[in-house]
Design a protein around this ligand. Structure first.
Ligand SMILES: Cc1ncc(COP(=O)(O)O)c(C=O)c1O
Length: 361
């Protein structure tokens, strides 16, 4: 019997994934040349469907990498000569900052405790900052930055480039892409695909910055520079041999999501998130880790638990349901429940029934 994966990623595959995989095999896409018209049509379709789904303006290109981790490094190499500023509130935003340090950038982090969100009044971003790095949904702690806070950061720093990690929130996020110079996600979260494809969205300002850094002799990387991405993108090609099958399936899943309507998808995520937090607020052994409701993630709910998380996870497994443990130091006393589009209200109801039984045992 199949399990249902509420894990933080890789997670449950999108219901139409298997059909698109079979179609891709029937079309022999694994053997298709990436300089062929067949591939260019696939890239064009995926680009078009993602633009519709996320409302991405024509000033931004859409590029493919191996992972979000790769994109962290590419953004810092291509958009920062010296000064990056990072909002860190958990393991993933911290890794973004650590990569900046590893690349010898003069990186500054504004750090808050795990489980806390950011109070914009407290943040001072130095004027020499070239890039502000944010993570809208911190997958390790379940803290979300509200869309309006990201908007306010850009409004108050119009001349500084802003980038946002949307790995575990796209396409739920309603950020205004005209204000976001660069953003990115990986497909193994809310797009319900196996891992191995990162999607990087960047505007012409990022490209200009990369060209300027390159002209001044800065190292912007030996491959996958924004310059090489854009040159190829103009022909719907990629700098190197890409994951053609994944790019094809991503376009098809984005098309399915567009048929359903992104607002419907977001409303279902909101409804399932309310079910999780309502359960945790009533339970004896579970509480939401993030105190302020406006900072609570809608897509990865983190619950503090009095019962060892390993026991909960094992009991759930016997019922073919999988959730993630807490991250890092929170491993033993938290669980993380992914609330992505691949699971529906009835799946979530089933998970919460089992958790209620565990709570009452
Ligand atoms: C918020 C966030 N950023 C970045 C990453 C790294 O993504 P990838 O493993 O696709 O490189 C993750 C992975 O879980 C994540 O949750």
């Amino acid at each position: 019997m199949h399990s249902t994966y509420f894990t933080a990623g890789p997670s449950q595959l999108y219901p139409s994934y298997q059909k698109h995989l079979v179609d891709a095999m029937d079309k022999q896409l694994g053997s298709v040349n990436h300089r062929s018209e067949t591939f260019r049509a696939i890239y064009r379709h995926t680009d078009e469907q993602l633009r519709i789904l996320l409302d991405i303006p024509s000033t931004h290109g859409i590029f493919f990498a191996a992972s979000a981790t790769e994109i962290w490094e590419r953004i810092l190499l291509n958009c920062v000569a010296e000064h990056s500023f990072h909002l860190t509130n958990g393991a993933f935003s911290k890794k973004f900052y650590d990569i900046a340090l590893a690349l010898n950038k003069n990186a500054i982090d504004f750090q808050v405790e795990d489980g806390k969100g950011f109070d914009l009044q407290q943040i001072h971003i130095p004027k020499e900052t070239e890039l502000i790095c944010t993570t809208q949904n911190e997958t390790s702690t379940g803290v979300m930055i509200p869309d309006q806070d990201l908007k306010l950061i850009k409004k108050t720093h119009p001349n500084t480039m802003l980038c946002c990690d949307l790995v575990s929130i796209a396409p739920y996020s309603k950020i205004d892409y005209t204000l976001m110079d660069s953003s990115f996600f990986s497909v193994q979260k809310a797009f319900g695909m196996p891992p191995g494809l990162g999607v990087w969205i960047a505007n012409e300002q990022c490209l200009n910055k990369a060209l300027q850094l390159q002209a001044s002799g800065k190292n912007i990387g030996g491959h996958h520079t924004l310059a090489s991405y854009w040159t190829n993108y103009r022909k719907f090609e990629t700098p190197c041999t890409p994951n053609v099958m994944a790019i094809y399936i991503l376009g098809k899943i984005a098309e399915d999501m567009n048929h359903l309507g992104v607002d419907t998808i977001r409303a279902e995520i909101d409804a399932k998130a309310s079910m999780i937090y309502h359960f945790a607020e009533q339970a004896k052994n579970f509480t939401p880790f993030v105190q302020l409701p406006e900072h609570r993630s809608q897509t990865v709910a983190v619950l503090q638990t009095k019962i060892p998380s390993a026991d909960i996870i094992n009991t759930l497994k016997t019922k073919q349901v999988c959730v993630s443990s807490g991250y890092g130091i929170h491993k033993a006393n938290q669980i993380r429940i992914a609330n992505f589009p691949a699971t529906n209200l009835s799946d979530m109801g089933h998970l919460l029934e089992i958790l209620t039984d565990i709570d009452h045992a």
